[in-house]
Each structure stands twice: as structure tokens, then as C-alpha cells.
Design a protein around this ligand. Structure first.
Ligand code: 2DT
Length: 215
């Protein structure tokens, strides 16, 4: 046989409605992986630091209006522009822990009038496929107990309920490795669940090539 390929890192995504604790858990997961000697980095979408990301950020802060199809494509373009660096890092053996991905893209746009799941998925077809997508499940009652929503676009209870239903539709797709996490538990228990699933995914990813999403 030829030279042994270096083991790649895993692409791990956290999804869920607002207030589920995604960002907290992404940070804790990266820390835990690093402490156990596994190279890991966090990413988030939208990545508001790029030129495209700044347009998106301005839209979310309601400082600008953008046509619904156009902003959907910007969110997707914001992922595609990061793909070369994501692939480089994964090939170097770095595990990427990602706060939101194409699933948020589809869930949030597809609740808008005149959009279907299928159209919303198209621009993200072929993105690096996550080895694991953990959905942080939280009831809308529990989300409400965690305090008020912020001032950004989409941060209302009705919108979030509709988004939750779209996520449930997306989770029926068995081509994606979904794991539902009970996000109503305390922070440490949620973390332990997430770490357990992640170690499994990292081990499996070492021996299979990175896939293509929805393809
Ligand atoms: P946070 O930065 O607080 O996560 O909020 N969104 C996100 C979309 O509408 N489409 C997408 O593709 C992505 C990744 C979800 C970001 C907001 O942007 C929404 C909440």
C-alpha cells in the first residue's frame, strides 16, 4: 500500500433554537477536546467577520433590509467562502466545532412565505458534510423561562416555534448523522452528552473521507 494518510479531524455541528445553549456548549466542547489532547477549533455561522458576513450582520441587526432570497444566498455564500480553510484544517487533523450550519440556513428561511425546504437546501448542496450534527432540543416553554429574546431579527417566540418544526423535518433525513440532545438539563450534563457523542464521531471520522452534504 501507499503512504498512510494522516487522520483527519471531524466536522461537528451544533444546531438548535435560540436559548438552547449552543454557543456555551461549543466553547466547552472545544476546551474539553483540547484538554484531552485533540486539536479542535470553534467556528460559527454566520461568520460576521468577512465582507459577506458584515452584510448579514447588518441585516440581522435590522440596520439594512435585504430581499429574502438574496439574504438566504448570502448566508450560504458565507459558508462556501470558509470551505477552503475548513478543509485545510480538517486535513491537518483539527476537529471543527461549528455553531450553526446549513440546517439553520434552511430552517430559518423556509418558514418565510413562499419558500420550500427543497429550494432552501439547494445552495448548500455539496458543502462539507458534518460527521455529527447535535440538535439541542428545548421546548418553547423552557426557552421562554430562560429569559427574553434579544432585539435581532427572528428573535420572537412565534418565529422560533416555526423554526423548530423545520428542524424536525430536516432531522428525518437519515443521510445526516443527527443526535438529539436534551438541552433542558443543566450545563454540565448537556456537556457530558455532547462530549460522549463527539468522541465517537472523531474516532469514526478518522477512517472515512469527508462527505458532501445533501448529495
Ligand atoms: P446567532 O449569530 O446569534 O447564532 O444568530 N441564520 C443563521 C439564518 O437565517 N441563516 C443561516 O444560514 C444561519 C447560519 C439564525 C444568527 C441568526 O441568523 C440565522 C439566527
Amino acid at each position: 500500500g501507499g503512504a498512510m494518510a494522516a487522520k483527519r479531524g471531524a466536522l461537528i455541528v451544533l444546531e438548535g433554537v435560540d436559548k438552547a445553549g449552543k454557543t456555551t456548549q461549543c466553547n466547552k466542547l472545544v476546551q474539553a477536546l483540547q484538554q484531552s489532547g485533540r486539536p479542535a477549533e470553534m467556528m460559527r455561522f454566520p461568520d460576521r467577520t468577512t465582507t459577506i458576513g458584515q452584510l448579514i450582520s447588518s441585516y440581522l441587526e435590522k440596520r439594512t433590509e435585504l430581499e429574502d432570497h438574496a439574504v438566504h444566498l448570502l448566508f450560504s455564500a458565507n459558508r462556501w467562502e470558509l470551505v477552503p480553510s475548513m478543509k485545510r484544517k480538517l486535513e491537518q487533523g483539527i476537529t471543527l466545532v461549528v455553531d450553526r450550519y446549513a440546517f439553520s440556513g434552511v430552517a430559518f428561511t423556509s418558514v418565510k412565505p413562499g419558500f420550500c425546504l427543497d429550494w432552501c437546501m439547494k445552495p448548500d448542496v455539496g458543502l462539507p458534510k458534518p460527521d455529527l450534527v447535535m440538535f439541542l432540543q428545548l421546548s418553547s416553554a423552557e426557552a421562554a423561562r430562560r429569559g427574553h429574546f434579544g432585539e435581532e431579527r427572528y428573535e420572537t417566540s412565534d418565529f422560533q416555534k416555526a423554526v423548530q418544526q423545520k428542524f424536525e423535518q430536516l432531522m428525518k433525513d437519515e443521510s445526516v448523522n443527527w443526535q438529539v440532545i436534551d438541552a433542558s438539563q443543566d450545563v454540565e450534563s448537556v456537556h457530558l452528552d455532547i462530549v460522549g457523542h463527539s468522541h465517537g464521531a472523531i474516532r469514526l471520522a478518522q477512517d472515512v473521507p469527508l462527505g458532501e452534504l445533501w448529495k
